[in-house]
Design a binder for this molecule. Structure first.
Ligand SMILES: *Cc1c(COP(=O)(O)O)cnc(C)c1O
Length: 360
């Protein structure tokens, strides 16, 4: 059957997002280290808030998210009026592309940048433009060279996924100062909470009219299943984004759980320090057996192997051991595997298994 029905230009160029696997055929009890989830789970206070919300499921949720925005503002020292909440930071990325890009415009990202930038750009008819990195680190000069008068959005994740590397505030400022006047720099801070003393670029948002920061509850806060994230931006940009945001884009259960989670600063600090401890243990142990990685600022490491064949063989072996990690050939890193920092026993198991694999 032929049909005259056609999607908008760009849509059929979207390759479906590949999430981290969670099953191995024939095995239960697998350890999932493929989606950068918090191995300790969410705060007990968040789980309780989520349960309590079940008594009010017949009610529509808050449409202005005031309680959550105020809690975020208080914990991070931000202006609540310039916060927007979304169904994951993915939705904030989508709002940005919907509102500021489109046919005839360009959306910049780096070669190993997060996959949703390209998907959201294409979904809105814009042209994604990829620029090189410098040995798996965001290259400000390459981004500046990639800008044209068509550029509307420049996305970097800092720290980046899947590389785990990050650039400093002065480099970010140089980027913000150098991009064209009509372009917005988006600082994706999905892993910002893992970096001690880093504000994710929030202060830069306050001092510039062209910087937006996105954050998420999916990583450090252990609420990936709820779909909740947020953005911080100048007032003129927040005003635009709120016009494309659906009024009931977040459930009350998600709002309440996230509000409880962000207030539980003690639990967040505990998760941050456990991650740092096992991340460096795992990176050191792997380096000792010939599997190096860049210093990671996030909750995963990007393990480098000698070849694509070796990386794939190691991934297959890990699966037989009930360990699921992430192949990143789709991020143009075919010789690497991305391994989420698990709890102590998961880290010990994955290192043990890779040692056995290397010993063969
Ligand atoms: C995980 C991740 C996100 C978004 O996750 P949400 O669950 O949609 O909040 C955004 N950017 C990067 C770089 C990520 O790794």
């Amino acid at each position: 059957m032929t049909t005259a029905i056609r999607p908008q230009p760009g849509i059929m160029d979207i390759a479906l997002y590949q999430g981290g696997a969670s099953h191995v055929a024939g095995l239960d009890n697998v350890i999932k280290l493929s989606s950068n989830e918090n191995p300790l789970g969410p705060s007990d206070a968040a789980v309780k808030a989520f349960r309590d919300a079940s008594y009010d499921l017949h009610r529509y949720p808050s449409s202005d998210h005031t309680a959550l925005r105020q809690a975020i503002a208080q914990v991070h020292g931000l202006d609540a009026d310039r916060i927007i909440c979304g169904a994951g930071s993915d939705e904030i990325i989508a709002f940005l592309c919907q509102a500021f890009s489109g046919e005839g415009t360009e959306v910049l990202h780096t070669v190993h940048g997060f996959g949703m930038y390209r998907i959201s750009a294409l979904a809105n008819g814009a042209t994604p433009v990829e620029v090189p990195e410098n040995e798996r680190v965001t290259d400000v000069d390459a981004l500046l060279a990639g800008c044209t008068d068509k550029t509307r959005l420049v996305f970097i994740a800092n720290p980046n996924n899947p590389t785990g590397t990050m650039i400093g505030l002065s480099e970010i400022e140089r980027l913000a100062a150098g991009i064209p006047k009509q372009a917005i720099l988006v600082l994706d801070g999905a892993y910002a909470e893992y970096v001690e003393g880093y504000d994710g670029g929030a202060a830069l948002v306050d001092s510039h009219d062209n910087i937006v920061m996105t954050r998420t509850f999916s990583k450090l806060y252990g609420l990936g299943g709820l779909r909740i994230g947020w953005g911080y931006a100048p007032a003129h940009i927040i005003d635009v984004l709120n016009r494309v945001r659906g009024p009931f884009n977040l459930s009350q259960a998600a709002l309440n759980a996230a509000t409880a989670a962000i207030k539980d600063t003690g639990y967040a600090a505990h998760c941050r320090s456990e991650n740092a401890k096992w991340r460096s243990w795992m990176a050191d142990a792997l380096a000792e057996i010939g599997v190096p990685s860049d210093v990671s600022c996030a909750n995963f490491i990007l393990a480098r192997f000698k070849s694509q064949d070796e990386a794939e063989a190691c991934d297959e072996y890990l699966k037989t051991q009930g360990l699921i990690v992430r192949r990143v050939a789709g991020y143009q890193l075919p010789t690497c595997l991305r391994i989420t920092v698990g709890d102590e026993s998961a880290c010990r198991r994955v290192v043990h298994a890779i040692r056995q694999f290397k010993g063969d």
